[in-house]
Structures are given as C-alpha cells and as structure tokens.
Unconditional design. Structure first.
Length: 356
C-alpha cells in the first residue's frame, strides 16, 4: 500500500513529496537505507550550498525515479531504454514557480532547460527522482559565455582518488602561478573537481582551449597527468578531461548526490583539508548535512573573484605554435575546426596495415 504524500517547507513554498518512503538507496554495511523524503530533506539541509552551485544556471537533471538498485542503469541517450535518465528539457507538469533558460546544443538546436532560482526547485526535482544536478558553466543572461573553468581530474588505469588529490595540489600551484583562484571538491566517486570562476568574456571554444592548455602544462611539469582523449593512450595517469568545458558538457554540481551505494555527495573542500580525506564516500547524505550545519558552505567565497583567462589562452597559442594542435571533441559533436580525425589510434594502425 502506497504511503500517503507529505509536504515539506522549501524556502517558504510547500513542495509535495509522493511515495515518501520509497527506497532510493539500499542500506550498506556503513549506511542505512535512504528514502525519497530523505533525499528531498537532504537538499533542503544544504540549501545555501546547492543554490550557490545552481542559481541562474541552466541545469540538466539526472533522474533515478526507481532508485539506485541492482539492474537499474542510466540511459546513454542513444535510443536505449533505461529506468534512469538525463532530463535536459523542462518536464511536463513543472510548477509555475520554476524558471527556465534557453540553451543552444552543439547541433544548433535550442531548448528550454530548468534554471533554479530558489531552493523549492531542487526540492521539487528531488521529488521527481533527481539525484544529481548538472548545471551549465553559464548564467542565463549570458548563455554562450561561461563564467566558470572546470578542471576534472579523472583517475585512469591504476590511479585512484589519492592520486587525483596529489595532482590537485600541483594544479593549485599552477593556478597560483597563473594568478587564478581554484575551489576543489570531491566528485562523489574517485575523482576531484576544481572550479575557477572566470570573467564571462569568452566563448566555449576559448574556455575549452584554456582547459587544454592547463592540462598540457601539468603534463609538462611531470605530475602524472594526461590529456589523451583515447583511453588506450592514457596509461596510469590522471586524465584532465578538457571536454568537460565544451558546450553542453556538465559536471555534477557541488552538493549533488551521486548514484552510488551509500549516497555519496560531491562535497566542496578547502585546500587544506583535501589531502586529509582518506575515503571520499565518508561524505554522504548522512554526514554532509552535519558538516554543513557546523561550517556552512566552505565555497562561500567562490563568487568573490572572477579570473582572467588571458594567460591560459596565450599559453594555448604557444603550445599550438610549438606543434601541439587541437584535440578531439566528444563523439556526438559536429566536426570542429582544426580537430584531428576521431579515430581510435589502434584502429588507425590496423587500417594502415590493412591498406598496406
């Protein structure tokens, strides 16, 4: 028998939560089960933080309406059927207080995407099964000019979270050398994300080039990173996923839950405490609200500085002049100017020998 719906107070608005006792995360050895109501209440408990991450940003929703259980997979968006999926357009039945932003996809098509302006919006989205929020690095008044550079440190091969933390330290030094300010957070899985607020003067192509330049400079410094797009070429290195700065590519927001056992959270960190983290899953739906109540949002100052990308773009130009060109875009992108062939290196070699 279905549990009756309940209402929660979300910043002065009543948000209805249906099936509040539905299990979204099953219990683990370390954490009890998590219900839909608990997910909604979690986002309300970190209201200031989640809104700092989402406010005025076009935002895609990663929805797991049936919960995170064995056998449930996330749709790739290429015609497959799955119980979990990304919602890029405003769903039917959205409340009248929900505001939108018009964004343009790489194909040139446009869409109206959710644009949170108050905490009732993430609360409503959580009621709709959203676990993870994926905001664009833009504000809706300038949807083609990012105000954020995102450095995604993604473990590959034998590397792990602790390697990502080590590389984050090197990235911090590079940012300081460039006169830039970064804010780190756990990804909620094995990686680390660094956010740099920037002046909204540049287009997506420029910001992506800045990310490439940043990654290549870390490679040059020999800290165990790679910018190789093809997995077979990455080795045991931390991959700098420069394409997270391409149009319509997003990263899980600060304070977002992740669809992993134990309800881990992508948690903002200070630079001093990041090296002390032993297990990023320690930061989850049960522990982050207490941390937030005690310390508030440790990224509260993230909007105080907007950095200049000029030095990174000049570095990119130097790298190109030295023989390093454009790098591959994601596979669903149209062919971009100067882009090398999107052919996996091993397939390119195989094709060469077949033609020989």
């Amino acid at each position: 028998m279905a549990t009756p719906a309940v209402e929660v107070d979300a910043g002065g608005r009543a948000v209805r939560v249906s099936s509040p006792d539905r299990v979204i995360y099953e219990a683990t050895e370390r954490t009890p089960e998590v219900t839909k109501l608990m997910v909604v209440e979690y986002y309300l408990s970190v209201a200031d933080g989640i809104m700092r991450a989402l406010r005025e940003r076009p935002t895609a929703l990663e929805r797991w309406p049936k919960g995170v259980h064995e056998g449930i997979v996330l749709s790739t968006g290429y015609g497959d059927k799955a119980d979990a999926f990304y919602q890029k357009r405003v769903p039917k039945g959205a409340p009248d207080y929900l505001e939108t932003a018009t964004i343009t996809f790489p194909s040139g098509r446009t869409a109206d995407e959710i644009c949170p302006t108050e905490v009732a919006v993430p609360a409503w989205a959580a009621q709709m099964g959203t676990l993870t929020f994926h905001p664009w690095p833009v504000r809706r008044e300038r949807p083609d000019h990012p105000d954020e550079l995102r450095i995604d440190l993604d473990p590959h091969g034998s590397t792990d979270f602790h390697d990502a933390v080590r590389v984050a330290g090197a990235a911090r030094q590079l940012l300081e050398d460039l006169g830039m300010v970064g804010f780190p957070k756990t990804s909620g899985n094995r990686g680390v994300h660094l956010y740099v607020r920037i002046e909204p003067r540049w287009e997506f192509v420029d910001v992506r080039h800045a990310a490439i330049a940043f990654g290549r400079e870390l490679e040059r410094r020999g800290v165990g990173v790679t910018t190789n797009w093809w997995k077979e070429e990455r080795g045991d290195n931390i991959f700098i996923d420069y394409n997270q700065n391409a149009r319509d590519r997003t990263i899980a927001s600060a304070y977002s839950l992740r669809p992993k056992p134990g309800a881990p959270v992508s948690t903002p960190m200070t630079w001093d405490e990041l090296p002390e983290v032993r297990d990023p899953s320690d930061f989850n739906l049960f522990t982050v609200p207490e941390r937030f109540a005690e310390r508030g949002d440790v990224h509260a100052a993230i909007d105080d500085v907007a950095c200049d990308l000029t030095s990174l773009l000049e570095l990119y130009d130097e790298q190109v002049a030295g023989g390093l060109g454009e790098l591959p875009y994601p596979p669903d992108y149209p062919k971009m100017p100067g882009e090398p062939p999107r052919v996996q290196p091993s397939r390119k070699v195989a094709a060469h020998w077949e033609d020989a």
